[in-house]
Write a protein that binds this ligand. Sequence first.
Ligand code: ZN
Length: 366
Amino acid sequence: MKWSIRIARVRGIGIYVHLTFFLVLVWVGWMEWQRSGSMAQVGGGVLFTLLTFFIIVLHELGHAISAGWFGIRTKDITLLPIGGLARLERMPEKPWQEIVVALAGPAVNVILALAIGGAILLAGRRPDLFGSDPMTGSLPARLFWLNVILTAFNLIPAFPMDGGRVLRASLAAVTDHATGTRWAALVGRGIAALFVVAGLTWNPGLALIGIFVWFGAGAEARAAELKSSLAGLLAGHALQTDIRILDGRETVGQAALRTLASPQFEYPVMVEGRLVGIATATALTEALAQSGPATPVLNATRTDAVVAGLDTPLEQMVGLIQGSGLRSGLVTDQAGKLLGAVTLDSISSAIQLRAAWADAGSAGRS
Ligand SMILES: [Zn+2]
């Protein structure tokens, strides 16, 4: 994610902090200073915020590590001012696996709450836990309640909360992924509306959460819609074979002339009949402007192109293409010979074509 810096690496998973997070720290410090005018309070507020985000990282690691049990890698974990985000390479296929991965995050908070609460009780500081206002008590007591709140909040059965995923996966287990998501999104929107009503009555913060949940439910429903429209389609169904190919050793000047009138955005690059990567029109133009027309195309070539086979599911390919930041992926045969490209446009054409085909089929029957 842009504007993020890496602060740690756990089991090969990069942990990033979005730069706006530091604004939150400054804001918390400033609010504490306004409220109390004491540097100790400012330090306490900032420390509690840092610990909150540390606990959120542990929660996200719960998702990431449990996803690893099912062979799913996590690209990275990013801390945003609104919380954490673990980007999994893909979602688990089987509903029960999705339930395990979704519950693993809140499970971390349950364990932390039990450990911290237990330690407080063992230390004989029971009144700390149940004071008049728990969030102004001792630091351990506040951390205990923080974990209780994070558990409860994440188990709300609405996207994008973990509880929403558990609900979706449970519904998907008895129907199918798309239907499960549609129903879960509907429930999520109902809960979002309740939050907004409660927010207008009691606490504006709840209304904000409601709006956040409303849009989260919509995004998840759209993703499920895409997933079901891609189901059963393979890379071969969206293959474009009539594409221009560049030679890695030709110059960007020559390539620019050859591709001037081409509507193509990205070009496979070959050297001596071997596929080496992909060059985007933008990279070619930049190389031309910065290093001159004699620069070899190879210097503007990305070697991490998405390469798949004819029978790669399109759903998987869309995920890989989006993850790569490119607009297309390349398709080769088993010997590695380039067959063509799959672009986001050719994918949407394939979806439309299949829908039209289905309509024609039902029209023919009536
Ligand atoms: Zn979570």
